[in-house]
Structure formats: C-alpha cells, structure tokens
Design a protein around this ligand. Structure first.
Ligand code: 5GP
Ligand code: ZN
Length: 114
C-alpha cells in the first residue's frame, strides 16, 4: 500500500524506533506513547486490520502474540502485567488501517478501558 504509513515504516522509508524486526513483522515505539513502554507490533505485509485477516494468516498472528510475550519479558513487565490491544474500526478508534497490536507496559491499567 503506497500511502500506508506503517508500510513505509516497515520498508524503512519512514524512521521508526525499531525494537524488533524479522522476515514477517516489525515492532517499534509508538510516537504518542500511552504508557512508559508503548510498542506497536505489525506484520510487514499490508493487512488493513483484524477484519481482513484471512485463512492462512493464523501463524502470522500467532507470531505477533508470541513476540508480544517476549518483548514483555525483555522490557521487564512480563511478571507485573501489561496489555496487548488491537483496535478495530471507528468505534474502537482505529486510526491506522494496517493491522497493529499495541503492547503497553510499565504502569497500571484500568478495566473496563472506557
Ligand atoms: P490505532 O488508534 O489505529 O489503534 O493506533 C495507531 C497508533 O499509531 C497510535 O497510537 C499512534 O500514536 C501511532 N502512530 C501514528 N502514526 C505514527 C508514526 O508515524 N510513527 C509511530 N511510531 N507511531 C505512529
Ligand atoms: Zn500498510
């Protein structure tokens, strides 16, 4: 997707503070952090969001969740707690139409989120 900001970050066309990269996905710091650690985990391939995940993407999504687990350990909030969030559509406030999971840690979170 030529005009997708997260595709551009994945391709290195726009700078991001990258904390992990492999063949399938990239993780980088959110530009407007909502917690002491706020990382976005995205597939490199453009998928517009949760509603356009297709059969065959299960392994990719599983890899993203497993990466969240290892980043939580690396950033030292695995034990005390963290949140993994994917907003989908306007009611949830999805602003970027490229599948992304927010990994938030380093503070307490309320529930329900509001
Ligand atoms: P959403 O609201 O779609 O779930 O989350 C989009 C997130 O992307 C927001 O938390 C926002 O701060 C972040 N974001 C938007 N543009 C950029 C950017 O250019 N660089 C980075 N690192 N994060 C961005
Ligand atoms: Zn994209």
């Amino acid at each position: 997707m030529a005009d997708c900001i997260f595709c551009k970050i994945a391709k290195g066309e726009i700078k991001g503070t990258i904390v992990h990269e492999d063949d399938d996905m990239i993780a980088f710091k959110d530009i407007q952090p909502q917690a002491p650690v706020h990382i976005l985990i995205i597939p490199k391939r453009h998928i517009s969001g949760l509603t356009t995940i297709e059969k065959g993407d299960e392994l990719l999504v599983g890899k993203i969740v497993a990466l969240a687990k290892s980043l939580a350990h690396r950033f030292s909030f695995s034990e005390c707690g963290f949140r993994l969030v994917a907003n989908s559509g306007p009611d949830a406030g999805q602003a970027v139409d490229h599948l992304h999971f927010h990994l938030l840690g380093g503070r307490k979170f309320t529930w329900p989120p509001g």
